[in-house]
Design a protein around this ligand. Structure first.
Ligand code: GTP
Ligand code: MG
Length: 475
């Protein structure tokens, strides 16, 4: 595994060595990595960069296979006002003596990777090698959930959150907050004590949902406030419809909701999501399957809401920002190393089924889409174990819970993706069991002693992901 920037590679990038200046023949493009909290964005970006710097495990990435990549290096990023993605610290965590996963992300960061390559057929063509700069953004997954808020009013948002909070899946967690909402009079004059109680109990409700693996919680900054901790822009919750007179609780909450959209949500998406050329959507499908039907139903509806924002031709602010130039979208079911490779095609089929409706609806105006089951970092090896005369396909790795090596068979994924989705809907409503109770995922620590010369961390299909995302830009 590799740490840091290679001076020699940076030097090989010639004219780029002195800063972010781009020559006439350079090109740049932006890849957005999207996914709700814990989907695996930070690990994906870290491993992608490490495997581009050292390409020994990138066998299905054609520019590498054809020997056309001359140098890859981390370069100064174009945006001066965003933190740099701390690639070195994440790699150190993953590849140190006691390998561990990087911390959850608390704010936004950026990384620029520059690739110098020889264009196809360059011997017969004009000019020499070319350089392409690729900019990546990492951010807390919670913030993504705010995307659908932009085109919603306070009244619409309130109604949908209240409705969801009253469903059997969430009602227990929301009980205290709902009681306070019912006791509060939205038409009464604004009151600081009432507000603080409502905000505190709403925060507890959202945290409880997150603990149970649900993903549709808004506003995203309630869970991950960043520098906004304690500010009035975060001091509101949904309320039932009111007359909306001035200076009432309702009017003040509505005003804060609009301020939150204007000062927090819009600048974030304008600065980081506009001008995206390619998009990776990471989905922790196995985590959701493990958490239960509610989590799967919830993941599906969150992804539907988020993807609806990419609909080209959508009216309003969002429509003008997104979906104009994104020409490829990769849907990747992450952490595929938790199951044996014989299950991977089922994983992909479930992701396809989960997203089909929203992808079709968004249609992405000619953008190419692909679904893959991947592991950014492969934490397990495969093994077959004899059990009662049968060979059981297992994955073996070091469990985080016990620190011990274990070989596990997490259970088979259902053959029919429709069955998963139908069960998710029905079981989530009834609040009962799931997949016959026989699917269980355990968390594995990152692999130790996986470092080899000229190779990045072990992975599953990261090279195929890269082939889809980058190869045509290196022709
Ligand atoms: N086994 C395995 N686990 C993974 C992999 N990628 C991510 N994980 C697990 O998923 C967790 C979350 O990954 P992150 O990359 O931090 O997720 P994120 O999307 O950046 O999450 P936020 O920063 O909270 O938005 C990690 O701590 C690992 O436990 C993978 O490829 N294999
Ligand atoms: Mg992260």
């Amino acid at each position: 595994m590799v740490l840091g920037v290679f001076d020699s590679a940076a030097d090989a990038l010639g004219g780029m060595a002195d800063g972010v200046r781009e020559s006439l023949f350079d090109s740049s493009f932006r890849v957005g990595i999207t996914g709700v909290s814990r989907a695996g964005k930070t690990v994906f970006l870290t491993s992608l960069v490490a495997n581009l710097l050292e390409r020994g495990r990138m066998l299905r990435f054609t520019p590498e296979m054809e020997g056309r990549i001359e140098a890859v290096a981390l370069r100064p990023q174009p945006d001066m006002n965003i933190a740099r993605f701390d690639y070195e610290a994440h790699m150190a965590a993953l590849s140190g003596r006691d390998p561990h996963w990087p911390e959850g992300t608390r704010s936004v960061s950026q990384l620029r990777l520059s690739v110098r390559y020889r264009p196809q057929g360059w011997l017969s063509g004009f000019g020499g090698p070319k350089t392409v700069h690729i900019d990546f953004i990492d951010y807390p997954g919670e913030w993504l959930l705010d995307l659908p808020l932009i085109d919603q009013s306070y009244a619409t948002w309130s109604a949908s959150v209240l409705e969801a909070a009253r469903t059997p899946l969430r009602a227990d967690r929301a009980e205290k907050w709902l009681r306070l909402v019912e006791a509060a009079d939205p038409d009464a004059p604004y009151d600081e004590d009432v507000t603080q109680d409502l905000v505190a109990s709403y925060g507890e409700y959202l945290s409880a949902c997150r603990m149970d693996g649900l993903s549709g919680m808004t506003p995203g900054r309630f869970l991950m406030p960043g520098e906004l901790e304690g500010s009035p822009a975060l001091a509101f919750t949904p309320l039932p419809k009111a007359r909306g007179r001035r200076r009432t609780l309702y009017a003040e909450f509505a005003r804060r909701f609009e301020a939150y959209k204007r000062h927090v949500v819009k600048p974030f998406f304008r600065d980081h999501f506009a001008r995206l050329d390619r998009q990776v959507v990471l989905i922790d499908l196995l985590g959701a399957l493990d958490a239960g039907p509610g989590a799967v139903a919830d993941l599906r509806s969150s992804m539907t809401d988020i993807l609806a924002c990419y609909k080209p031709g959508a009216k309003g602010w969002l429509g003008s920002l997104l979906g104009r130039r994104i020409d490829r979208i990769l849907f990747a079911a992450t952490k595929a190393d938790h199951v044996h490779h014989t299950q991977h095609s089922r994983m992909t089929a479930i992701v396809n089924a989960l997203l089909r409706e929203s992808v079709e609806r968004a249609s992405f105006r000619g953008a190419r889409t692909e679904a893959l089951a991947i592991a950014s970092i492969r934490a397990t090896v495969e093994q077959e174990i004899e059990h009662r005369g049968q060979k059981i396909p297992c994955v073996r790795g070091r469990l985080i819970s016990s620190g011990k090596e274990a070989a596990l068979h997490p259970g088979d994924l259902p053959e029919s993706p429709q069955r998963v989705l139908a069960e998710a809907r029905e079981e989530a409503e009834r609040g009962t069991g799931w997949l016959d109770g026989d699917f269980k995922v355990m968390r594995f620590a990152p692999p130790s002693n996986a470092a080899r010369a000229n190779e990045g961390p072990p992975h599953i299909r990261l090279d195929q992901a890269l082939e889809f995302l980058l190869a045509d830009r290196l022709r």
